[in-house]
Design a protein. Structure first.
Length: 292
């Protein structure tokens, strides 16, 4: 491992000031939130920046709050704070549970949700679940504010739709309806997950018929992915859907088009998608409905 090249850390007091700094430093500058991925890449000389803009100093960006039928999580809220938040545990338990198993406690205490999404690391747990939940990212730059869905902000491996002066300020997550059940599972044997799979299903009052479904797979390809065909195969009476799970997993794997990497072969990942979609389906149908 190479020593870090010299860089200057800047600590803005507002989002506006941070955006101005990013615009001023251009390609020589980079946003800094938790730094768990960024500093590691810089240590290996994979990325080079002369200026880091530390948004952890901006007041309010670490807030976690309920807003009507959604949960708003500030971009510099750490994984650990999300994991431990009574509000997240009560209103969106699948998010708290997913966060609990990100990396290790040292990383969770330092790494932030915004940093995770903004770095667009392909093996991201939050990105996969947030896409399934229909979350949107709020971005703010010098020209104003805009909102992007998760599949719009993450466009590839380590690549986002953020403009050079834009800052991800918060993630807004719609709270699941009482008829919905949300599951996130992952398979991991080394430092990063080989597979992450999120499944959201709407069920009727009997709990035996799925009226709507969304499955998202992550870590197997450059960005989290879903499939309309797979989702359609996950709708219908429970017995019927069980027979279609193999076809649904195949459609999801085709859409994701898994890649070979250090975590496993593409063929192995396709197999895992089938195994974990079936597990997620079983767990989702066994889960109790949320309280009103």
């Amino acid at each position: 491992m190479m020593p870090l090249r010299r860089f200057q850390m800047h600590q803005p007091k507002s989002v506006k000031e941070a955006a101005e700094m990013l615009a001023h430093y251009g390609e020589k500058g980079r946003l800094y939130a938790g730094g768990t991925e960024l500093l590691l890449a810089m240590k290996h000389d994979l990325l080079r920046y002369e200026h880091l803009v530390d948004v952890k100093t901006v007041p309010g960006l670490d807030k976690i709050e309920a807003q009507n039928s959604s949960l708003r999580i500030g971009s510099v809220a750490t994984h650990r704070s999300i994991e431990k938040s009574p509000l997240v545990k009560e209103r969106l338990p699948v998010m708290a549970e997913m966060t609990r198993y990100i990396a290790n406690v040292r990383v969770r205490a330092t790494g932030t949700l915004g940093g995770n999404i903004g770095f667009a690391e392909p093996h991201s747990d939050p990105a996969t679940l947030l896409l399934a939940l229909g979350a949107k990212a709020t971005l703010q730059g010098q020209t104003g504010e805009r909102s992007l869905a998760m599949n719009e902000i993450i466009v590839g491996a380590y690549e986002t739709a953020l403009a050079p002066d834009e800052i991800l300020t918060a993630i807004e997550i719609p709270l699941p309806a009482r008829s919905q059940r949300a599951i996130y599972l992952k398979f991991q044997i080394h430092e990063r997950p080989v597979l992450g799979l999120a499944l959201i299903v709407d069920v009727d009052a009997s709990g035996n018929t799925i009226t709507k479904a969304k499955a998202v797979v992550g870590a197997v390809s450059p960005a989290p992915c879903r499939s309309d065909k797979a989702d359609a195969l996950l709708v219908g009476p429970k017995d019927k859907v069980e027979k279609q799970l193999t076809d649904a997993a195949r459609a999801l794997a085709d859409a994701a088009d898994p890649v070979d990497d250090l975590e496993g072969s593409a063929e192995y990942k396709r197999h895992l998608i089938g195994v974990y979609l079936r597990r997620a389906f079983t767990q989702a149908l066994a889960s109790p409905l949320r309280n009103p």
